[in-house]
Design a protein around this ligand. Structure first.
Ligand code: ADP
Length: 164
């Protein structure tokens, strides 16, 4: 059976935590679609195109992973892609309530689609995109949190933002 999974998120920017979930999903599912959410209310630092481009480069090693973006209802996007699984990552109890609510709401909207929650890799449990941006803003080292390609872009973005 071919199982297509969608891994949605803001990925602003992608971190080693996201990549760990992507790599592990690529071993479990036949095809993994990493989907950059366009309609998020969060304050984002990178444009969707930048986030997609970073993810595309970073996921090159995995042949069954593709990257795209979506707007509107996630389950509608998943249906269009013939996906029956939504992948989400769980770091701490604090993530649980939100993920639980989302999973139930998505099941209500699309009972044929299941949410699979992947537990964070131990090494990545403290990593979030927000933490990366905060540390970088104060000039801290983010080498253990994001790949070099992302690190360089984060610092370029922040320099540009400071100049404004
Ligand atoms: P969203 O705004 O949709 O939460 P994120 O990019 O912050 O988007 O996260 C996408 C998914 O990846 C979420 O399910 C989040 O819990 C998960 N995730 C983020 N960082 C990690 C990490 N370090 N380990 C495991 N899962 C993570």
């Amino acid at each position: 059976m071919r199982t297509v999974a969608v891994y949605p998120g803001s990925f602003d920017p992608p971190t080693y935590g996201h990549l760990d979930i992507i790599e592990r999903s690529s071993r479990v599912f036949s095809r993994v679609i990493v989907a950059v959410a366009l309609n998020i209310r969060k304050n984002v630092c990178f444009t969707p195109r930048e986030r997609e481009s970073m993810l595309r480069k970073l996921t090159r090693p995995w042949g069954n992973v593709e990257v795209t973006s979506f707007s509107g209802l996630l389950v509608e996007f998943a249906r269009k892609k013939d996906a029956h699984v939504l992948v989400r990552g769980l770091r701490a109890i604090s993530d649980f309530e939100y993920e639980y609510q989302m999973a139930h709401m998505n099941t209500k909207l699309a009972p044929e689609i299941d949410t699979v929650i992947m537990m964070t890799g131990e090494r990545y449990s403290a990593i979030s995109s927000n933490i990366v941006k905060e540390i970088a803003m104060f000039g801290g080292k983010i080498d253990d949190l994001v790949p070099p390609l992302v690190r360089d872009l984060v610092f370029i973005k922040l320099k540009g933002a400071k100049r404004k």
